[in-house]
Design a protein around this ligand. Sequence first.
Ligand code: G
Ligand code: G
Ligand code: NA
Ligand code: MN
Length: 254
Amino acid sequence: LDLETDLRHALERNEFEVYYQPKVSCETGKIVGAEALCRWNNPKRGMVSPGIFVPIAEEIGLIEPLGEWVLRTACKQAKDWQKKGLNPIKIAVNISARQFNQKNLALWLSNILEEINFNGQLLELELTESMLLENPSISVLKLRGLKTLGVKIAIDDFGTGYSSLSYLQQFPFDILKIDRCFVKNIDQNVKNAEITKALISLAHHLNLVVVAEGVETKPELSFLKTYNCDEIQGFLFSRPLPASEFERLATGEL
Ligand code: G
Ligand code: G
Ligand code: NA
Ligand code: MN
């Protein structure tokens, strides 16, 4: 059987799992958020990378139900953590182009938030620049609609696309995620250092929260602290973890 067929059955067969990668405050060193990252554990194939199955899911129209499942699962998990007395954790969910393009996006989200009784203020949606630029004026309206629900909008993989800086001014973002290609070796690579410093400064002047992705070393972290990055995410602190392990990490048991 081919991958696509297996993927089509994966949701009903409960083969997906949501992993959580901590986002840590540079100021306090505490976990303040988590990016929800989907995992596919197929009995026959083992763990399949989202780098492989997300594009296929997008192509065959499975990304809408899958994305909704990830969103619901992550929000319910965050509520469960709150009930258990953990500090409030902002949940970040990746939204694919096809999901973003669905009609009545804000209504869809508002129904889900209401149904599971989840505070929109604790939800971040991670979007990439390319999906917004297909139709910028419609994207602006969609983002405004989402923001009426209190959710935060993050621009993911910032700096890797083809667009100009003008969309930073056009779109109502709350969070800028500096792509990991710029973070790599910032303590040694002068160009990456300058780009990252400039991005942090630019983002702060636009009142955006800055998250650095792909932080793998202590020197990278101290550089980011020195230049007032707000939050970091990366293997240095933790890889994406199953919910139970994330919980142990957040409660200091791990
Ligand atoms: O989890 P990992 O770091 O291997 O993710 C690889 C890619 O898959 C990333 O680009 C990530 O954004 C994407 N991805 C992971 N989970 C989801 C998801 O639930 N929805 C969407 N749209 N993309 C996801
Ligand atoms: O595209 P997006 O930014 O959503 O990608 C998230 C991906 O980044 C996931 O596949 C996650 O496993 C990966 N990732 C998270 N932290 C690190 C890191 O420190 N180094 C590297 N190389 N990848 C990371
Ligand atoms: Na992301
Ligand atoms: Mn990213």
